[in-house]
Design a protein around this ligand. Structure first.
Ligand SMILES: [Zn+2]
Length: 160
């Protein structure tokens, strides 16, 4: 009888461990907008807008965005596009980048565990004690070079 009890306790323990493991990789998908979050019932606005609306009269920004997305997909990893009213999010392992189309440029915002030392940096805002949101403006496809892609790789894998 004691053996059975021990086995039951062990079984219970294994189940708990498994549940803990599955919690760490758990992602909640909102059933109405399809966005994914780390927390269940994460408060958010479900509103999305058609992707092309971001690029009305902003051909240069569209060219830069297409090139950036191509380069990220090719050299870093897959992303999903989430078109929100305020900006376009790229979702890799998490929402790792926000793109804001401007008239002749594309602003991008992403988190890093440091303030970026880059001439194109327009702002750096602390997000937590460890991470900073870095904003920079891309004006040419030449700006989307090896250096920038290495920085974006850091952002892409920041929460993996
Ligand atoms: Zn939603």
């Amino acid at each position: 009888m004691i053996l059975v009890d021990i086995l039951q306790v062990l079984h219970l323990y294994v189940v708990v461990v498994n549940e803990q493991l599955s919690y760490t990789i758990y992602m909640w998908t909102c059933s109405s907008c399809g966005r994914r979050f780390n927390k269940e019932n994460q408060p958010h606005s479900c509103k999305t807008i058609p992707f092309n609306e971001h690029f009305k009269h902003k051909d240069k920004a569209k060219e830069l965005f297409d090139y950036l997305l191509d380069q990220i997909t090719d050299k870093i990893g897959k992303c999903e596009i989430i078109s929100l009213p305020c900006c376009i999010h790229l979702f890799g392992k998490y929402d790792f980048l926000a793109a804001l189309p401007k008239k002749d440029s594309l602003e991008i915002r992403f988190a890093l565990e440091r303030v970026l030392d880059d001439a194109k940096l327009t702002a750096s805002v602390p997000l937590s004690t460890k991470t900073y949101k870095n904003c920079l403006v891309i004006v040419s496809t030449k700006d989307i070079n090896y250096e920038l892609l290495e920085i974006l790789r850091e952002a892409y894998f920041l929460k993996s």
